[in-house]
Design a protein around this ligand. Structure first.
Ligand code: SAH
Length: 214
């Protein structure tokens, strides 16, 4: 997401210091990586006040908007971390994450950029360290090539694909799907949305993600 530097950005982020994730938040947490303007994480946190959510975003100019959105909604169960996904292990302990959401991640079209995709094997190794066994990784994207790449990469790196669709909105998907800002834009353009659910060390019956999320 390209964005101009936001006016008074750092002061605005500092004003929301109570929403900044510092590791002391109740665990386990559900984690969105690359939250952009925060519509998804705020929607989930509002719908499920009994769970804790952390949104990670490396671009402070969009993160400030996500934090202000959460503050405006008075959310108590959402926190925000300005960081690159490659540094997640510095912020979370192993087994502190109950689920990961990747929404409309940058596709990085060129082969030589594949290592930057958030489903590249090096990122999956980091996620595996953080995830509670049996928890899920859920991805939505408009980009079919990224979707195909992700299915392969997840399968090759020890994740089990539990479900997949290349047309989320004709697949009888539950109404409680929370839309992201990018998703709204793509839907309005008639673009089909792909979605997958994967699990690391999935053991039948031990899914720790509340079924309402699925
Ligand atoms: N999830 C939002 C935004 C999608 S755009 C939505 O669906 O509306 C992808 C976002 O991921 C951008 O804001 C970008 O800054 C962020 N991002 C990309 N790579 C990242 C990384 N390695 N670590 C953290 N955030 C990343």
């Amino acid at each position: 997401m390209r964005m101009r530097k936001k006016k008074h950005r750092d002061a605005r982020i500092a004003a929301r210091a109570d929403l900044y994730f510092d590791g002391s938040f109740g665990m386990p947490v559900f984690l969105e990586i690359g939250c952009g303007k925060g519509g998804f994480i705020c929607g989930l946190a509002q719908s499920y006040p009994e769970y804790n959510f952390v949104a990670v975003e490396r671009n402070p100019d969009v993160m400030v908007l996500a934090m202000e959105k959460a503050a405006g909604l008075g959310l108590k169960n959402a926190r925000f971390l300005i960081a690159d996904a490659e540094d997640l292990a510095a912020h979370f302990a192993p087994g502190q994450v109950a689920g990961i959401y990747l929404n409309f991640s940058d596709p990085w079209h060129k082969n030589y950029q594949a290592h930057k995709r958030l489903t590249y094997k090096t990122f999956l190794e980091i996620y595996k360290e953080l995830l509670i066994p049996g928890s899920r990784l859920i991805m939505k994207t408009d980009n079919y090539n990224l979707f195909k790449f992700s299915l392969r990469s997840l399968s090759d790196n020890g994740f089990q694909i539990l479900s997949q669709t290349c047309d989320l909105y004709s697949s009888g998907f539950p109404e409680n799907n929370v839309r992201t800002e990018y998703e709204e834009k793509f839907i309005s353009q008639g673009v089909k949305i792909c979605r997958l659910e994967a699990s690391y060390s999935f053991i039948s019956g031990t899914n720790v993600m509340p079924s309402a999320f699925l």
